[in-house]
Design a protein around this ligand. Sequence first.
Ligand code: PFF
Length: 503
Amino acid sequence: MEKRQHWDSRLIFIFAAIGSAAGLGNAWRFPYRAATNGGGAFLIPYFVALITAGIPLLIAEFAIGYKFRAGAPTALGKVKKGWEALGWWSVGVGFVIVTYYSVIMAWVFDYLWYSLSTAWGDAPADFFLNKVLHITSGPGELGGFSIPVLIGLVIAWIAVYWTIRDGVKSVGKVVKWTVPLPVIMLGILVIRALTLDGAVEGIRYYLDPDFSKLLDPKVWAGAYGQIFFSLSVAFAVMIAYASYLPKKSDITNNAIITALANCGISFMAGFAVFGTMGYMALQKGGTVADVAGSGGIGLAFWVYPEAIRLLPFGTVIFALVFYIMLLTLGIDSFFSIIEGVVAGVADKWQLNKKKTTRVVVLAGFVLSLLFATKGGLHWLDIVDKYINDYGVIGVAFFEVIAIGWVFKSKKLREFVNPISELKLGGWFDILLKFITPLALGGILIWNIVQEVIDVTKGNYYGGYPLWSVAVGGWIVAVVLIVASFILAKTKGKETLEEAPEKE
Ligand code: PFF
């Protein structure tokens, strides 16, 4: 058996965890979610979700990864036999996400290049959709590969392979750069944004509270979904990362530092984004809502380029700062998912990690090719919606049951408290056993009910045809669940060391 690697220091572990959490989601999902779901009032469901689900689950994932010294499937299988399938499900969800996350990273690589000549000219939306993606009319038309995307994709996967080729050793060297750098870049963008005319209007749009939105369950479901995606919990990643912690590592405080740093970065990103949007609204005439569009990839690949095009000076510089920020934010989220998959596979069958990494990277690359086609964006949109609304929330729900009830949250506290700076009291049991599963179960049911209502009304997600939603949403979900049970049934190799009950 290979000796299990360890992080070089506590700081490197925290950097890697923050690196995974802070990604593209912070830059473009959070600011728009907040702005359109109640502004400042959205911070309420967001923090409730953070405290009732995000942080408890992060602590729980760190704890079981650390205790069982294994990736998610083996670790959950050690909680109780049979729960291994849940671990595979989370690996599967992460793997699906990485297949399209990698393509977004490919666009970012492309845009670093385009930034040098501000290749989008004065029509950024047209440039992105028609010159880079060559987007087709719908998911039924794949239309061959978009060459720029394909090139970016190859570069992105090579970069990721290079980073994780020696496991946590090489990852440790990279996160030293890719975690502080985007924060510095973001700082520059925030200062630039806030010193522009009209910035105040943008910030008002971002944070003006609309409390009536809090009555809408969709806003709450959105806040929980955002927290999981953002903290990278329920994706097998944090369990894998914690499995490389050396003995006597802090759990609770590390989880809280990771969570707060991540949310801080999201909050900060909002100022950069909406400060700039305020300026753009002033320049173009119109409201912030008009110029900001609907967020998502549009923000990163055409709204923002359009905004910096209008800057009085330094367009190339700010374009570079922006895309370097996205690149360094996203890349460590990207490779963390691969680490989660590799740990899952290598730990179950005691495989050589290097070889496993090569196979997983290759498989991920091949699957990601679907999203590099000209019709890829339609598929990306569909898969992203369903995997987040059902896959992530589903995994998270069963994970709290597995850890809170089957492993038992009291046992978790007894194990975590002696090694952690912050001590968990009995309140943690109430959170993990009752509040978190109730919230998650509620959201899952609510999402399913909404879906059924929409489908019976003939309102398919994004106006896509039914068959494409069925393939990219429902069939992917079923395949993942069935595959998880099959993988859990196959025989692995037992040899893993375990952290002692009490250190
Ligand atoms: N947390 C990352 C983000 O906010 O962009 C995305 C992500 C990374 C999701 C790792 C899932 C994951 F396992």
